[in-house]
Design a protein around this ligand. Structure first.
Ligand SMILES: [Zn+2]
Length: 185
């Protein structure tokens, strides 16, 4: 879909060659439409060898069991977004330990999905009955009888059988880096 108006100043957009690629750019200000992107965040909360799953009550994926998650908000650190989504969808408190997987999906809206390993901190899994209609901790054995989404199966394998801790949060970086959420090896 062509972008006709600038999302920064409302001015008219034109097609201009930038870095060897035709792109939509504003005729009034310096804004360039580089593309459309979204960032998904997902939670892998493991407790006693079981993984927290929710059953989707809405499309896309209605009826499938998935790990809790959502989309990054404009001004909210992703660490807080994923924590909030887990709380909202199924009433479980969990704290981010690190990033254990990433999925790249280049398409009309280029999506990058970041999967977090999270530590269980409290709460009984209780579905919100809006986004999800069931929730609980399940073993691989139990999941064999459930309608688990393929991507969730992959993430559960990473969560239970991953070889490293992944990227962990750096709360005290070597140099002051204010305003950054930092995850590192
Ligand atoms: Zn503009």
């Amino acid at each position: 879909m062509e972008v006709n108006f600038c999302s920064s100043c409302g001015g008219e957009m034109e097609t201009r060659e930038i870095d060897g690629t035709p792109r939509r750019a504003c005729t009034r200000c310096t804004f360039v439409h580089w593309g459309s992107y979204s960032v998904g965040v997902g939670a892998l909360v493991v407790k006693d060898g079981k993984v927290l799953l929710v059953r989707r009550a809405q499309e896309p994926g209605k009826g499938y069991w998935t790990n809790p998650g959502g989309y990054a908000e404009q001004l909210e650190p992703i660490e807080e977004t994923v924590r909030r989504e887990v709380q909202e969808e199924c009433g479980v408190d969990a704290v981010v330990r690190g990033v254990i997987a990433l999925r790249d999906q280049p398409r009309a809206v280029h999506n990058v999905y970041i999967a977090f390993a999270m530590d269980y901190a409290g709460g009984e899994p209780t579905p919100d009955n809006v986004e999800v209609d069931a929730a609980g901790f399940y073993s691989l054995e139990e999941m064999r009888e459930m309608h688990v989404a393929p991507f969730t199966k992959w993430l559960v394998d990473v969560a239970l059988n991953g070889k490293t801790e992944g990227l962990t949060i750096d709360r005290e970086p070597l140099v002051p880096l204010n305003g950054y959420g930092l995850f590192r090896t």
